[in-house]
Design a protein. Structure first.
Length: 419
């Protein structure tokens, strides 16, 4: 066992949080960027919600310790510090993809020759499908009106390339904050500044950045952002997503309206003229998915307690240590490191290898849970709240043995249905 890993664990101020989580038995979990683990606090707040239903029935909306009617706003408030949002700018609602549809329906206002949507060629497919379908809804052919900024190497984007593409034909910009494959953190502040100068609305997908790095969306002046909560926020499979809208847009009419976007005082007047909420709450559509909100209360409590600065700092140390071990022990086996080697690295690493699919299977067979991304990527995410430096050491050591003994050859080089 590596002494240095043990030493790093001894000096880790966050080491105590590991025991707050259910770590799958006998596993080294390196997939928190796809699905964060269950914590005891999240489990508790989910059971508390079930209990309020059991005990209160319909009265749970307004009674009990956490009346359901206000929960989306309260969880929004708990997420606000993670994105740099001010009071009222953040709401828990929808999913990444539905929130992107909501934001595009609200901000994409093509006019004259200003019709194009600017995105990139490395973003997650769902974002691309959503944006293209929004163009089609408005009668524009994506082949002509959808611009995807190119990447020179298939891994990274250059901010200058994105800014150069912000022409006067662009009506909306949507970009990821952290790229889901390479983990590159885009310079959001710089991109927002350029978009604001050109009066083009700009929004970010924070799926891989929320709970992993700091954001100052309000101060930067971003128009909107949206994210899921089942990755670094540990909200559980399919947990309710989040949305940020800058306060300068409060009072705007949501593109997709529904009664839960109403002013809370008047919602139950049941008028056919909507009294739109004066903050981010306006972008809710229907009844909140309470059972999928509840785990977030416990999970976010923990993130609040620790603070995103400490999380980022340990996460960076973990990935730094992992890269050092990879260079030291895996250099003979044909891997390419596909993530940035500096501060523009998010919270996961990407190892590229032609046999990646079956190397992942061999890792799983050996108790390490990685994540495969077609065609050739192995993502490894040591998570600040529940992974140790010893986990990192063991992962690289197991990988070394798999490569050394060619153990991956027993498996087919093909991905599973969910990878
Ligand atoms: C995880 C992820 C999604 C998933 O969207 P859902 O609507 O939650 O299914 C979308 N975009 C990015 C960038 C992601 O990382």
């Amino acid at each position: 066992m590596d002494l240095r890993a043990k030493e790093l664990d001894r000096n880790d101020a966050l080491a105590g949080y590991r025991k707050e989580f259910y770590i799958p038995d006998g596993k080294i979990y390196m997939d928190g960027n796809s699905l964060g683990l269950l914590s005891k606090r999240a489990e508790r707040t989910l059971y508390e919600l079930l209990d309020s239903w059991k005990v209160l029935g319909i009265d749970g909306w307004t009674e009990g310790e956490r009346p359901w009617f206000y929960l989306s706003e309260q969880i929004g408030e708990m997420m606000a510090p993670l994105v740099g949002g001010m009071k009222g700018e953040v709401i828990a609602t929808g999913s990444t993809t539905t929130n992107l549809h909501q934001m595009t329906s609200t901000f994409y206002k093509p006019k004259g020759k200003k019709t194009k949507i600017l995105a990139d060629e490395l973003n997650f497919p769902s974002d691309i499908y959503a944006l293209k379908s929004q163009l089609q809804l408005k009668g524009y052919d994506p082949a002509e009106h959808f611009i995807q900024v190119k990447s020179a190497d298939g891994r990274y984007l250059r901010e200058t390339d994105i800014i150069d593409a912000m022409t006067d034909e662009v009506a909306l910009i949507v970009l990821p904050a952290v790229l889901y494959r390479s983990g590159q953190v885009l310079d959001m502040e710089r991109l927002v500044e350029a978009a604001n100068e050109r009066s083009i609305p700009i929004g970010f997908d924070l799926c891989h950045s929320i709970g992993a790095i700091e954001h100052s969306l309000h101060d930067w002046g971003a128009d909107f952002a949206f994210w899921c909560t089942y990755k670094h926020l540990n909200g559980g499979p399919g947990s309710v997503g989040g949305l940020f809208i800058h306060e300068r847009h409060f009072g705007k009419t949501p593109g997709l309206a529904g009664w839960f976007g109403s002013n809370k005082q008047s919602q139950f007047d049941m008028n056919h003229t909507m009294d739109v909420a004066g903050d981010a709450g306006a972008y809710q559509i229907g009844t909140p998915h309470l059972l999928s909100l509840a785990p977030l209360i416990g999970s976010l409590e923990m993130l609040q307690e620790v603070g995103i600065n400490q999380i980022r700092s340990k996460s960076f140390q973990l990935t730094d240590y992992m890269m050092e071990l990879i260079r030291e022990h895996l250099s003979d086996y044909g891997f390419t490191i596909g993530n940035p080697d500096n501060e523009s690295r998010g919270a996961h690493l990407l190892l590229e290898h032609p046999e990646a699919a079956r190397i992942c299977k061999a890792l799983k067979a050996d108790g390490v849970v990685p994540d495969f991304r077609a065609p050739n990527g192995i993502r490894l995410a040591p998570v600040a709240l529940y992974n140790s430096f010893v986990d990192v050491w063991q992962t690289v050591e197991k990988l070394r043995i798999i490569m050394e003994e060619k153990r991956y050859e027993q498996f087919e080089n093909k991905r599973g249905v969910v990878a």
